[in-house]
Each structure stands twice: as structure tokens, then as C-alpha cells.
Design a protein around this ligand. Structure first.
Ligand code: AMP
Length: 539
């Protein structure tokens, strides 16, 4: 058979040629704009040529700090189109982490939305590799800025070459993009995606039993484009000629509901917090959501009540899926098998609320204390993965050795598997708390607390939260001498300047002792149980 490299640029070329009239509907800070794939293709080619003119070369990284909109989509293809690497940066990270990852990735150019301008101005002197900034804005003129040189995205595009030829002298294993993911402690870790991985993963999104994405869909990725490439939906949608609806900056549940109604969105994807918000909005407003044929939900466990509400009340099928930054991300997805359709509703819900079955082309192993676990839905083990869109290292990072061993990715997720091969996540070995789809490092908060003079020791654990799925709660043992006079408020004041507001623990609980393992590590599972009791008593 022929051996033709799988390149991301061929996806956009397909959209230009076979779906020139299909559209990308984008909400920006000043309204809704629509472009056809023909126009998106032309604008992307112009951007590729402009980036080359600024001096970006093959293999170099171009960072984006942006929401989900058409310009970000153009960057998705223009950057790889010249053989450079699309580095999507999580705008919700702390400034220190943002500086770290820009320097670590050695981004040469940054494309960014206007709301990120103050942040970039503040940290610009710490950015070691950045040679140019490009502002993605609807406004005609550039604002006054200390960033230098600063280009206007639309002006660059207007001066670019509409018939620029995307680079074809690339290997399919060459990097196409990168994304940093939070670590238990310390700086985020970079994952590099290859052209091959992204193309094959996009194909998987189109499979009927996965996301079933197709030309006839109107897809709205709510999951951010800086979070595992919005789960790969922008790439796959362009490839299949799917209409895209981009929800833009600072969207609210109301805006999402309006977009679903007005644009007749058929599929959408995001974390449970988004769907809890939408559910609340649907209950209060008057929206037509009948166009929706499915909601894809992942990133955190989908509560049963959420699945039930969408399916029974709004008749919108709700698909639970699991993945991670290291896995591009789709690896496990929950669907009923054809012979399970007649099961009682509660039983079906039970199956659907698990994370699901492995998608084709990915392999897994679940390893417990005594080797691979039984398929009994009870024995727990760590989930190990391998496959064509699973990373095999962290970018220039020693922590590679912890997570990637013997040809497998050790996910740090503890799971069970039942006799039908359905996986359920039961715990996490990583000391991280996932709040509204974003990570909080419990270890970082513990270390900060333990740096306070009055604190003897501190452990931070995740407690379940209706809206945010998980929230941090700090358990603190005070030094004897400080017990009398130290208050929660004092500790909060101490933490506030060190962390983003959403990182602050929901509660600080004083204790006499923190349970520990035989080797002196915090026994967080025991602490969680202890706290459950405490919280129920408080109620
Ligand atoms: P990220 O790399 O930020 O996408 O986060 C990946 C991690 O999120 C996984 O390792 C899991 O701990 C968690 N996760 C993702 N999807 C789910 C899900 N459906 N249910 C429970 N946890 C999930």
C-alpha cells in the first residue's frame, strides 16, 4: 500500500475543496461573525505566509493565548501549515506558570486575545524567547502597548498571501502542537502532539460509536481550545466539513443556550460544570434545544443526576468520556451496547455513568497490587495506556521517567473494569484536585500553608462539589504555641497573594493530627473518610 504522511494541512485542504460553503460561526467580543471554509482556508494561508514573514521557521513554537473563536481556529492550521508547532497556552494558569511554559517551550511568537494584553505586558521582561506579539482583535487599531513588536492580526492577514502553499516536506511524526498539563507539584509538563496522532485521533472522533462527528453536524466545542485542542474537535470538524460554532470569550450558560437555539447545534462538548450551568439555564429560560443529538462530557466524572436530567427531561443523549492531555485526549467512551437497550433505566444509567469502553487503536492494561486486575468491576488498579495518539514523553522533562515506563503511559487514575470491559474511574494517585475542569495542586497549597509560622502540618484533599465536581479543603494541625490565637482568616490572608482565587480551599479545618501511612505520608483516603463524617456532623 502507499505510504503517504498523515498531515494536518490536508484536513483544511479537504474542507476548502469539498466543503467551501460550509461555515464557521464565531462569537467574538463584538458579535457573531460567519466565515465559509473557503474563507477560513484563504485567511489561514494568509496567516501562514505572514508568520513566515515575521520569521517563524519549521519546528519553532508559536504560542496562542486565546478563547474558542475563528482566529484561533485559523492559527490551528496556519502554524502547522508552515511546519511550526501550535502551542496552546492555558489562560487560566497563574502568571508564573504561564511564564514558565512560554519559556520552556521557547515560543518565538505569541498570538493572543485582547484580554490577555495586561498580563503579557506585566510579564514581558521575563519572556526569554518571544520575538513578536500578534493581537487577535476586532478593533481596527492596535491599542497603546509596551509589547514590542506588536502586530495586528487582521492587518497581517490582509497583507498575507491567499494562495500560500502549506509545507508538505514534513514527516507525519513531526510535532504539530503542544499543550502543558498541571503536575502534582511544581511546573506544568509539556505534551507534544504529532501530525500522525492528531489525524488518527480525528478519524476516531468520526467513528459512529465514538463521537460520530460528521458533515451533517453543527458542532460547538465548549471545552477550551487551550485544553487538549478542545478534545480534537476543531481538527476533526474542519476535516469532515462539519459546521463549527465557536462560543468565544467569557461565555455564560445563557450564551451557550442561545447559541444552541439560534445555530441549531447538534453536538457539543465540555466538562460537567458547563453542563450543570446549562441545565440550570434551560430550567429557567425558554430555549429550543431539540437540534442537539448528543452532549459529550468528560474531564471529570459526570454525575448520574446530570446524565438523567439531560436525557429524561430534555431528551438529549449524554455521552460520558474519559481522556487526558497526554492522550489527545479520547481513549474511553461510554455507550450502551445494542443488547443493553432494554435494560431497566437505572441499570442503563449505571452503565452510562461509568467512563466506558476503550476506543479502537488504543490499548490498556489495569495493574493492581497483584498484577493485572480481574474483569470483575471490583478489583482496582492503575490504568496504563498505549496507542497511536498516546504521548511517549513529556517535553524536555525528567518527569517523563515517572509516567512513561515499559512502553506504557501510567495515567495515575485508579480504575475498575467489569466483565463487559467497561472502565470506571474510582480514584486518582495524582495529588491533584479538578475543579470545574481545571487542576489545583493540593501539594502546592499544603506547602504554602506549612510555610506559615503557626502551621505544624497541612494536608489538602478534594471534596465532592455539586457545581465544580471537586473543591480543595485544607486540614491543618497548628503548632502548640499557636493553637490559642491562630484563625482561619489569618491563614486565608496568608494564602491569598500566593494563589489564584479559585485555588483557595473552600474550608480550613483545624485538626489534632493528620492520618499517615506507615512511611509517614498523608493518608488522604482516610482523611477523606474522616472529613466526610465531620462534614455530615456540621450539616
Ligand atoms: P487533563 O489532562 O487536564 O485533561 O486531565 C486528565 C485527567 O482528568 C484524567 O487523568 C482524570 O484524572 C480526569 N478525568 C478526565 N476525564 C474524566 C472522567 N470522565 N471521569 C473522571 N475523571 C476524568
Amino acid at each position: 500500500m502507499m505510504n503517504i504522511p498523515l498531515l494536518v494541512s490536508s484536513m483544511l485542504e479537504r474542507a476548502e475543496r469539498y466543503f467551501p460553503k460550509k461555515t464557521v460561526i464565531s462569537r467574538t467580543s463584538s458579535g457573531i461573525v460567519t466565515h465559509t471554509y473557503k474563507e477560513v482556508g484563504e485567511r489561514t494561508r494568509r496567516l501562514s505566509s505572514a508568520l513566515e514573514k515575521i520569521g517563524v521557521k519549521k519546528g519553532e513554537r508559536v504560542g496562542t493565548l486565546a478563547w474558542n473563536h475563528h482566529r484561533h481556529l485559523e492559527a490551528y492550521f496556519a502554524i502547522p501549515g508552515i511546519g511550526a508547532v501550535l502551542h496552546t497556552i492555558n489562560i487560566r494558569l497563574s502568571p508564573a506558570h504561564i511564564v514558565y511554559i512560554i519559556n520552556h517551550a521557547e515560543d518565538k511568537v505569541l498570538l493572543f486575545d485582547e484580554d490577555l494584553l495586561p498580563l503579557l505586558e506585566k510579564v514581558k521582561d521575563q519572556l526569554k524567547s518571544v520575538e513578536a506579539y500578534v493581537l487577535m482583535t476586532d478593533k481596527e487599531e492596535l491599542p497603546e502597548s509596551s509589547l514590542e513588536p506588536l502586530f495586528h492580526y487582521e492587518k497581517l492577514i490582509s497583507e498575507g498571501d491567499p494562495s500560500f502553499e502549506f509545507k508538505k516536506d514534513l514527516g507525519e511524526n513531526d510535532p504539530v502542537g503542544m499543550c502543558y498539563t498541571s503536575a502534582t507539584t511544581g511546573n506544568p509538563k509539556g505534551v507534544v502532539y504529532s501530525h500522525r496522532g492528531v489525524v488518527l485521533h480525528s478519524m476516531a472522533l468520526g467513528l459512529a460509536d465514538n463521537a460520530g462527528l460528521s458533515e451533517s453536524d453543527i458542532a460547538m466545542p465548549v471545552v477550551p481550545m487551550f485544553h487538549v485542542n478542545a478534545w480534537g474537535l476543531p481538527f476533526a470538524s474542519v476535516w469532515f466539513g462539519t459546521t463549527l460554532v465557536m462560543p468565544g470569550p467569557y461565555f455564560t450558560p445563557k450564551i451557550l443556550a442561545e447559541l444552541i437555539d439560534s445555530e441549531k447545534v447538534t453536538m457539543t462538548a465540555g466538562v460537567p460544570t458547563i453542563w450543570l450551568g446549562l441545565l440550570n439555564e434551560l430550567e429557567h429560560g425558554n430555549y429550543d434545544t431539540s437540534s442537539l443529538t448528543r452532549i459529550l462530557c468528560g474531564g471529570s466524572a459526570a454525575p448520574k443526576g446530570l446524565i438523567r436530567a439531560f436525557e429524561s427531561k430534555y431528551k438529549i443523549p449524554f455521552i460520558h468520556a474519559y481522556g487526558m492531555t497526554e492522550t489527545t485526549p479520547l481513549v474511553v467512551l461510554s455507550r450502551l451496547k445494542s443488547y443493553q437497550n432494554d435494560l431497566p433505566e437505572e441499570e442503563k444509567l449505571e452503565i452510562r455513568s461509568k467512563q466506558g469502553s476503550l476506543v479502537p487503536l488504543v490499548e490498556m492494561k489495569i495493574v493492581g497490587a497483584n498484577g493485572e486486575v480481574a474483569n470483575d468491576g471490583k478489583e482496582m488498579g492503575e490504568l496504563l495506556l498505549r496507542g497511536n495518539w498516546i504521548a511517549d514523553e513529556y517535553y524536555k522533562d525528567e518527569r517523563t521517567n515517572e509516567a512513561f515506563r515499559d512502553g506504557w503511559l501510567y495515567t495515575g487514575d485508579v480504575v475498575t473494569i467489569d466483565e463487559e470491559g467497561v472502565v470506571k474511574i474510582v480514584d486518582r494517585t495524582k495529588d491533584l484536585i479538578k475543579s470545574g475542569g481545571e487542576w489545583i495542586s493540593s501539594v502546592d497549597i499544603e506547602n504554602a500553608l506549612m510555610a506559615h509560622d503557626a502551621v505544624f502540618e497541612a494536608a489538602v484533599i478534594a471534596v465532592q462539589h455539586e457545581r465544580w465536581q471537586e473543591r480543595p479543603v485544607a486540614c491543618v494541625v497548628l503548632k502548640d504555641a499557636a493553637k490559642e490565637h491562630t484563625t482561619k482568616e489569618e491563614l486565608y490572608e496568608f494564602l491569598k497573594p500566593q494563589f489564584a482565587k479559585w485555588w483557595l480551599p473552600d474550608d480550613i479545618i483545624f485538626m489534632d493530627e493528620i492520618p499517615k501511612t506507615s512511611v509517614g505520608k498523608f493518608l488522604k483516603r482516610a482523611l477523606r473518610d474522616q472529613l466526610k463524617e465531620h462534614l455530615s456532623q456540621v450539616k
